[in-house]
Design a protein. Structure first.
Length: 288
């Protein structure tokens, strides 16, 4: 039985078969995206859409085209997703970004390079070990068209600044107040990995994770914060094998809820976490 005949059938048994098939194709599409096999992701999501309208499949298909450098096709499928689900924040946000990128980069750009995606482990927040930063002095919109949320970011000292490079593009520099602390720790032996969490033509935000602490830095926290949260908080729910577009939306929702302290509240080097908590408690007592 063909996909179309399954979709047209109304019998209970065929409805169950159709639901099972959709679920299998969705899992295959997510697996392909996780493996950065974008051509397979295109084909699988197209098969899924043959079974009927699906906003999430349209978004996944758009993402796959984008990673292949096919910006016009990506916008077309994000528009289709928004037509199916007018509340789709993913589609709406990416249509706006593509509008700018298409005017700068044309209908096609450079496909994503193999290995350009950050390991999912980078996006698991751990108190003191991870933090967020905005990038400044960004690359041109044409160059930023080659970078997407979920991409791996390499951080390297550049004089008194910390340069961020992704997908072969010098994206920008880590904001100064964050860079100053990390540069000192890097000079003393620490190592960091990073990934893009959100990206626009004028705004790029990354998450940074401490992946190695030099013994000389024992007791020094990379990202001190006054936020009282659990020691380990995963951004991915259920399983770490998640599609990047879902991860991006979840990161943004977490940011809005302000459950986790942003790296923008990084304390001076000479302020300890204990002192930060004491200051917070004293503020509360004054209000009472």
């Amino acid at each position: 039985m063909s996909f179309n005949s399954l979709a047209d059938s109304q019998s209970p048994s065929n409805a169950i078969t159709l639901t099972r098939l959709k679920r299998q194709l969705t899992e295959q599409a997510i697996t392909a995206a996780t493996a950065a096999d974008w051509q397979s992701a295109v084909e699988i999501n197209q098969r899924l859409l043959e079974l009927g309208p699906d906003s999430e499949a349209e978004c996944r298909l758009a993402k796959a085209h984008w990673e292949l450098g096919e910006l016009a096709a990506a916008r077309e499928h994000y528009q289709a997703a928004l037509a199916i689900d007018p509340t789709s924040r993913i589609a709406e946000r990416n249509i706006a970004r593509l509008r700018v990128l298409l005017s700068e980069a044309g209908r096609k750009t450079v496909p994503a390079k193999p290995g350009s995606k950050a390991p999912v482990s980078i996006f698991v927040e751990e108190t003191g070990k991870t933090g967020f930063a905005h990038l400044v002095d960004l690359a041109s919109p044409r160059e930023l068209a080659q970078v997407n949320p979920g991409d791996l970011v390499e951080l390297s000292p550049d004089g008194p600044r910390l340069r961020a490079t992704s997908n072969g593009v010098a994206v920008g520099y880590v904001e100064p107040r964050v860079a100053a602390r990390l540069l000192k720790l890097v000079a003393e032996g620490n190592k960091y990995a990073a990934g893009v969490t959100s990206l626009g033509d004028k705004d790029v935000r990354i998450i940074i994770r401490e992946v190695y602490q030099d013994p000389r830095n024992y007791g020094k926290v990379s990202f001190p914060t006054a936020a009282k949260v659990s020691d380990l908080r995963p951004y991915t729910k259920g399983t770490l094998v998640r599609e990047e577009m879902e991860l991006e939306e979840e990161l943004e929702l977490d940011e809005e809820e302000e459950e986790v302290g942003d790296i923008g509240s990084v304390l001076p080097v000479d302020v300890t976490e204990d002192e930060a908590f004491e200051e917070e408690e004293s503020d509360d007592s004054e209000d009472s």
